[in-house]
Design a binder for this molecule. Structure first.
Ligand SMILES: [Zn+2]
Ligand SMILES: [Zn+2]
Length: 457
């Protein structure tokens, strides 16, 4: 039996992750994501690289799809597989199924039916096999899979495959960080050797992570400073993952203060909070925060039930909040300030020195968030005809909350796991070359995944 592997996306880039494993009797796709670009670059989203005239044949002959987690770069293209005639199941964890449905519905609003339509989303939902962690499931006569906690976002998984006697590991996006919500990855060490590991390499060119404790303390300090100044703390964040973590940090540390110092959330954050609430148990969430919430206030079930948390809709409400003399915290999408209600808040508060803008996530080069961090003082906010220039006078602070494993620990993990070969994926070229060189020094064979990616992007 010869097992072949091919990257359809994400093999030499971050975005549109999709890896095809084939053998005589079975073909299996790990993830099918999209790649988005900063608005200003004017590049349409990219799908996995399957030529248009081959898609029907490709997807109608595909046997199974497995999904690591609900980020767009891993699941954004899944309903399109059904659009092109895929008839099999798609395997993912229970929380991933709920989060993915939210991402697909959101995709319909943003991209229309560019990649798939509402019917395809419904068909996808009907074909999801929802899994718990650590339960081995049979995919075919010769293939079985176990989803392990990857510690990256709610429901994220590293996928272990057993394929006709061979063992394979796909890390997905993996984190070693102990946060309030997650306890880092849990992949049991095994005496069996993996034939190969497909490993993410996102952070490999960057130096050591800032400890999460330090970033959390910094963020709390920003909240306390804002309170003293009677000003506004604006935190741009993506709706999934980072928003819930930041809310948990603020809720657990500020607690009673929040009765007079509200947190406003805007964008789709509340929708995702509901999904996090549903899975707020020790199967999916750090037991420590479950205890902490109970101890603090027995009437609260989750950090997102705090009465100090309020959802904001509409520009008029934003105006009222920003004009008020009372201090407040605002958490709003989009995480890189590309779009979303954060534009409204910032247009009303960017000119006030006493306000603070706290950047808590990665800012891709070319995004408005990256410009602000680079010190650009005039930015454009708004949409269509309503785009206007605004001067940035508010204070900018940055706190690092990486969702990916540090380079030291990734090297350790890969060196301690027995394997014949490692394929590096999900990283820029610098990052992946760096990882491969380090692993080679430790006697490990690490290579680029054979891929169909065009080199033009
Ligand atoms: Zn991810
Ligand atoms: Zn990713």
């Amino acid at each position: 039996m010869t097992l072949k592997i091919l990257g359809l996306g994400g093999a030499k880039e971050v975005g549109r992750s999709s890896f095809l494993l084939t053998e005589d009797n079975h073909s299996l796709l790990l993830d099918a994501g999209l790649k988005l670009f900063p608005k200003r670059l004017n590049i349409p989203p990219l799908e996995p690289n399957i030529p248009l005239n081959e898609r029907k044949e490709f997807f109608s002959s595909l046997d199974s799809m497995l999904v690591s987690h609900a980020h767009l770069d891993h699941i954004g293209y899944i309903p399109a597989a059904y659009h092109y005639g895929y008839t099999g199941k798609v395997y993912m964890t229970k929380p991933t199924a709920d989060l993915a449905n939210y991402v697909w519905e959101d995709g319909l609003k943003i991209q229309g039916d560019r990649f798939y339509n509402k019917k395809d989303v419904n068909l996808t939902n009907r074909n999801i096999v929802k899994l718990d962690y650590n339960n081995k499931i049979k995919i075919s006569d010769k293939v079985s899979a176990t989803f392990h906690d990857a510690g990256h976002i709610l429901g994220s998984a590293a996928i272990e495959l057993e394929w006709d006697g061979q063992k394979i590991l796909y890390t997905g996006d993996i984190s070693d960080q102990k946060s309030l919500l997650h306890t880092g990855y849990h992949i049991p060490t095994s005496n069996d050797k993996f034939s190969f590991i497909i490993s993410e390499a996102t952070n490999h060119h960057t130096s050591r992570h800032t400890p999460r404790e330090k970033s959390s303390k910094g963020l709390i300090q920003a909240a306390l400073d804002t309170y003293k100044r009677k000003s506004k703390l604006i935190i741009p964040a993506f709706s999934m993952g980072r928003s819930q973590e930041v809310l948990s940090i603020l809720m657990t540390y500020l607690d009673d203060l929040l009765y007079s110092y509200p947190i406003y959330i805007a964008g789709a954050i509340n929708k995702v909070n509901k999904i996090y609430r549903k899975f707020f148990n020790s199967n999916w969430i750090n037991p420590k925060i479950i205890e902490l919430v109970k101890e603090q206030d027995s009437s609260l079930k989750t950090p997102w039930d705090h009465p100090g948390l309020k959802e904001v809709r509409g520009f008029n409400t934003q105006k009222r909040i920003m004009k008020s003399k009372k201090p407040c915290i605002i958490i709003s999408t989009h995480g890189m300030l590309e779009t979303g209600p954060v534009h409204g808040f910032l247009s009303l508060g960017a000119n006030k020195k006493e306000n603070i803008l706290a950047i808590v996530g990665y800012q891709a080069s070319g995004s408005i968030g990256a410009d602000i961090l680079a010190g650009v003082k005039t930015i454009e906010l708004g949409y269509g005809k309503h785009v206007k220039k605004y001067h940035i006078d508010l204070e900018i602070r940055k706190y690092s909350f990486s969702g990916h494993i540090s380079r030291e620990n990734l090297q350790k993990f890969l060196t301690n796991t027995q394997t014949d070969q490692i394929f590096t994926v999900h990283g820029d070229l610098n990052s992946m070359t760096h990882l491969r060189n380090r692993l080679k020094n430790n006697g490990l064979i690490a290579t680029v995944l054979p891929s169909m990616e065009s080199t033009s992007t």
